[in-house]
Write a protein that binds this ligand. Structure first.
Ligand SMILES: [Fe+2]
Length: 274
């Protein structure tokens, strides 16, 4: 067995292949169900290095975030049982999350196409990557991993307001018909779910997963004088292009998650067929 396959022993190759095929075919006739694109997390497949990567990332971020992350995020992380001592078991996590908001984290083999992703959100299922970044490169993340997806995203799904927002996002995105709408929705996701800031108790806090799960990016977002931090405004957000391969120069700051839910409902209203 080479090192690459050792690295992914938490995934069954055959199951992952079938799931990826289902994800790629999603939306075609006979492929309307989201279920076949999900896989199982083979928890025993994580190596000691994998567990150590989680422990180091968790320790570094949880030393930093208590004063700097949204309280809604921190409460969610506690509610779903995130722990310092190792990678979460998704089944156990869902047993705590699902009763709160109806959301579940669902392991997927890797990248899934946009429509499939939106269909999952519309069903309160969050497609979740279960591999973890290499221990040697903890702050480098070319694509999502379980620290980004579970530590970064899933705690907010325990909050009823954010939970509603994200489902509405998925439902709306399924109704997008033009390239412009698709682009606008991608921007909305980017500047909120991935890189959002929020004003809480007169302090600037992070809540976006790309910030929460990255030691470098979270510090840059809150501390760098080079960042243009703008009050959240739906029209401005959907008109702002973003760049993915460096620290974010522009970020948007929410007043509250209610503000985000309302903005999402308003945008969704424009996409419903007349
Ligand atoms: Fe993400």
């Amino acid at each position: 067995m080479d090192s690459a396959s050792l690295n992914h022993a938490m995934i069954d190759d055959q199951e992952a292949q079938a799931a990826q095929t289902a994800a790629d075919a999603f939306g075609q006739p006979g492929h309307e169900s989201i279920e076949p694109m999900f896989i199982n997390q083979r928890y025993d497949g994580y190596t000691e290095d994998n567990q150590e990567a989680w422990r180091q990332l968790y320790a570094e971020q949880m030393a930093y975030l208590p004063e700097r992350a949204s309280q809604v995020y921190l409460d969610g992380a506690e509610a779903i049982g995130l722990k310092p001592d190792g990678i979460p078991n998704i089944e156990q996590l869902n047993a705590r999350l699902e009763p709160r908001t109806g959301w579940n984290s669902v392991p997927v083999p890797g990248y899934i196409p946009a429509k499939a992703f939106f269909a999952c959100l519309a069903a309160r299922r969050f497609p979740t990557t279960i591999v973890i970044r290499p221990l040697e490169r903890l702050d480098y993340l070319p694509e999502p991993d379980i620290f980004h997806d579970v530590f970064g995203h899933v705690p907010l799904h325990a909050d009823p307001v954010f939970a509603d927002f994200l489902q509405t996002y998925g439902q709306a995105a399924l109704h997008a018909t033009t390239d412009q709408q698709t682009e606008e929705l991608a921007r909305l996701f980017w500047f909120t779910v991935e890189f959002g800031l929020i004003q809480e108790d007169d302090r600037l806090k992070v809540y976006g997963s790309g910030l929460i799960s990255s030691p470098g990016e979270s510090r840059h977002a809150l501390e760098s004088p080079e960042v243009d931090r703008r009050p959240f405004d739906l029209e401005q957000v959907i008109a702002t292009p973003f760049e993915i391969d460096h620290y974010q120069p522009i970020l948007y700051v929410l007043d509250s998650f209610d503000q985000l839910r309302e903005a999402m409902l308003s945008y969704a209203g424009r996409l419903q067929p007349a």
